[in-house]
Write a protein of this length. Structure first.
Length: 452
């Protein structure tokens, strides 16, 4: 596989030289093509070489194996480390740590965060699971198309394997998109293992799963020939190339912001609404390739637990309604909010801590293999956006030389149409966070609670 090395080194050049040699040995042992090595000086507090590596990956339009000593070289915080892993993942690159005991970068990041040794019960359990994984044995629920036998080995489930083959055939030979494939399977009354309808996500997960060419992946380990292959490796590679070429966002990694992130609540269940961006691509009847983006808000309890009946609301519709209500003062005013600044700062700090805990929980789930990293990307982005806005709101309240009511009056002027349309999204978000405490939507009706 094509491999690139990256390190963030200290004052001594020895660490840079030592890892460059280790990287060369890693490539030689794994039969990887050594295509470059990048290193940033952590004392300069710059990621110039990391950005140069990203530019190189973009210019070649192919995926790489990116090797680092451990996750700490990707950033000083868990969020920085995860964001760089996601950035590389968006470019179809796999990150791996040059550590035989902990090659998975997310597990490496969690270990660095906790600072735990190997003596805890959790660590002993994990070591036992890693030992089973090293033998290619089943851990937890097996991939669709396989079952785990009494001795821990995998056996093909032919009925499910036939569906897998048909999915690959429809995508590769019939040139059918994942949405249409899901629809066809549902029309044929075929169901997933859990008895649910097929979706774009479940079809996409099938197409990306290396298990179907016999490769076992768990805890950063990669064992070829562990499963009975379901599809031909050449066909699988063509599918990956085709999916990569159709990915509209492969050249950029953006943290999409939503105007009402952290402020919009579901009136059905009381949970926060999450901003979601969907990018769709399809073929027209005349063979042209079309792409489009859809922005909307969806209740978190429905996304995470499927426990709310409320579906979605288009982002543009709800955002315009909230802005119009703020302009026209068709709102509920929290008259005591100006006098409760200390309380709100404390509440924001508490919410930020809660967001940090949820963020860590998501990463822990992905690190354990319980959920693919791809599945939690929207949730991670939403948490980051909400945390950023809470910090900005607290800064507005505590900003030296200003009174909160003066800031509110200034923001009321800026939200008027003649001024609003000339503002960047980041400035609009600050204004909205200054003027309102929250908005609740129920049956299409929006109730805005503003500051006094």
């Amino acid at each position: 596989m094509r491999a690139l090395g990256y390190i963030s080194f200290g004052k001594s050049e020895q660490s840079f030289t030592k890892f460059s040699q280790k990287f060369a040995l890693f490539c030689e042992k794994g039969n990887h093509a050594n295509l470059g090595f990048f290193g940033d000086d952590k004392d300069i507090n710059s990621r110039t070489e990391f950005e140069r590596m990203i530019s190189h990956i973009n210019s070649t339009s192919v995926g790489y194996l990116v090797v680092v000593p451990d996750a700490s070289h990707l950033g000083d915080s868990l969020q920085e480390q995860v964001n760089r892993i996601l950035e590389l993942d968006a470019l179809h690159c796999q990150v791996i740590c040059d550590d035989e005991n902990l090659p998975d970068p997310l597990q490496s990041a969690m270990k660095i965060l906790s600072g735990s040794g190997t003596g805890s019960r959790r660590e002993r359990i994990r070591e036992g699971m890693k030992a089973k994984a090293a033998r290619g044995l089943g851990l937890g629920k097996p991939p669709y198309g396989f079952m785990v036998q009494f001795d821990g080995s995998f056996r093909l489930v032919e009925r499910e394997a036939e569906i897998i083959r048909s999915i690959f055939k429809m995508y590769l030979e019939e040139n059918i998109g994942v949405r249409t494939i899901a629809q066809r399977l549902n029309d044929e009354r075929k169901r997933t293992r859990s008895g649910n309808r097929w979706s774009m996500v479940t079809v996409r997960d099938i197409l990306r799963n290396h298990s179907y060419i016999g490769t076992y992946q768990r805890f950063g380990l990669r064992i070829t020939g562990n499963y009975q292959p379901v599809v031909d490796p050449a066909d699988f590679r063509q599918v990956q190339d085709k999916m990569a070429s159709r990915s509209p966002g492969r050249r950029q990694f953006k943290n999409e912001s939503f105007l009402l992130s952290g402020l919009l609540y579901c009136g059905n269940c009381g949970q926060r609404m999450m901003g979601v961006l969907r990018k769709q691509a399809w073929n027209t009847k005349n063979g042209d390739r079309k792409t489009s983006e859809y922005r909307y808000y969806q209740c978190q309890s429905r996304i995470n637990r499927n426990q709310c009946d409320y579906r979605t609301v288009k982002a543009q519709v709800i955002e315009e309604e909230v802005v119009n209500q703020l302009r026209q003062n068709k709102i509920n005013t929290d008259q005591g909010s100006i006098n409760l600044t200390d309380h709100e700062i404390q509440a924001s700090a508490s919410k930020i801590k809660s967001i940090d805990r949820r963020y860590i929980d998501y990463i822990r789930m992905a690190a354990s293999g319980a959920v693919p990293l791809e599945r939690i990307k929207p949730a991670l982005k939403e948490l980051e956006s909400t945390k950023s806005q809470l910090k900005e709101r607290a800064a507005i309240i505590t900003e030296g030389g200003f009174k909160l009511d003066e800031v509110i009056e200034s923001s009321k002027a800026k939200i008027q149409k003649e001024n609003w349309e000339n503002l960047e999204l980041s400035e609009r978000i600050k204004i909205i966070n200054t003027l309102m405490l929250k908005a609740t939507i129920r049956h299409g009706n929006v109730d805005v609670t503003a500051r006094g």
